[in-house]
Design a protein around this ligand. Sequence first.
Ligand SMILES: Cc1ncc(COP(=O)(O)O)c(C=O)c1O
Length: 392
Amino acid sequence: MNKFSSNRAQGIKPFYVMDLLARAGQLQAEGRSVIHLEVGEPDFATAQPIIDAGIAALQQQHTHYTAALGMPALRQKIADYYLREYGLEIAPERIVITPGASGALQLVLAALLDVNDEVLLSDPGYPCNRNIAQILGAKTRAAPVSADTAFQLTAEQVDAHWKSRTRAAMVASPSNPTGTLIAPQALRRLQQCVAAHKGFLIVDEIYQGLVYSGNKFTALQLEEEDDNLIVINSFSKYFGMTGWRIGWAVLPERLVEVVDRLAQNLFLAPPTVAQHAAMRALDADCMAIFDSRVEAFRQRRDYLLPALRETGFKIGAEPQGAFYIYADCSDFSRDSFSWCHNLLESEAVAVTPGIDFGEHRAGDFVRFAYTRPVEQLEIAVERIINYINKNQ
Ligand SMILES: Cc1ncc(COP(=O)(O)O)c(C=O)c1O
C-alpha cells in the first residue's frame, strides 16, 4: 500500500480479474491459446459507419470542447431514439452526455451523496458503484441477492435495508454479472418503495438492447410526474463503442443544473469526436448492424447456458440479457478465486471469480462473458470438462 495516498483511495479494492488477465497475457506470450471469457466488452469492432463518422469529425476539426452536458444535437438525437424505440417523449434538456456510463455514475452519485450518506445496492453487483461511492466519502449498503429474485434487489429488501442516511438505491437491468432482468412490475414496486423513502432509484440500462426475450423496455416507461428515477446508459455495449468513452444519463429536471456544474468541474465536457460518432450510431442502418450482433450473442448464450448446466454448474436464474452467465461452481469448488486461477493455468480458459462482484457467496460463483464466437465457446467448454475431470 502507498502510504502517501488518501485513506479513501487505499480502501479501493482492485479488480481481481486484472491479475488473471495479466497472467493470461503471459501464457499467451509463452504460446498458449488462451480463451478469454473474462472480458466484459463485445468482441465486435465498432461498426464502420461510426468509425467513418469519427474520422469525418476529426477532418472537420471537431476537436474542441463542447458544452459540459454534451452537444445539443446529440441530446436531441437520444430524445428522438426514445420516441422512435419506446414511444416516449423525453425532454432533451434532461439528457446529459457523459464519458461512458462510468462518467454518468460518478456525476449522479456526486450529485446525490454527502459524506456518510448511503446508497443501497445488490451483492453481487457492478463493483465500481461501491468504489465511486467510497471515493466520495459515502457508503454503500449491499443487500445479498440470489437466484430466487433473479439476483435483483426487491422492494422488500429496500424497505428492510433503508436507513436514515440512505439516499438512493441502484439496480442494473440487464445486470452485470448475472445477465438477469428486473420485470417491469417489480421495477415499479421498487420505484414506489424508494419514492416512499424519499430517495432516488438509479437504473443502469447500459446493457439495454442486449436482451434475448420479452419486449423492449426502459425504466423511463414507468415515469410519473416529479419523478425520482435516474436512468444511466452508454454507447459502450449494444452500440459497440467501449473505447470511445461515451454514455448518457436521463435525469429528473431538478438534478440537471447541479450535474451541469459537476460535469464542468470533473470532465469539462464529454469527448467531442465520440459525440459526433455516437450521433451516427443512433441511425437506423447502424441499429440494424447492432441487432444482427444481438442475434450472435443470443446464439452464444443458447449454446453456453445448457452446456454449462450439463457440465454441472448450477444456473438458477435465466440470464436474459447482457453477455454474462453467473454460474454456481460450488459442486467443484467453494473457492472460485483459486478455481479460476487453476483453470487458467491448467486449461488456458479465463473466467472471472465471484469475488470481483461482492462478498455474498462470492467463492461459489464465477462469471462467464460470452464475448467469443461459438466455436471458441465449444473449445472452452471441452477444456473446462477436462479440468473438472482431472480434479475430481
Ligand atoms: C453495469 C455496468 N455499468 C456501467 C459500466 C461502465 O461502462 P462504460 O463506462 O463503458 O459505459 C459497466 C461496464 O462494464 C457495467 O457493466
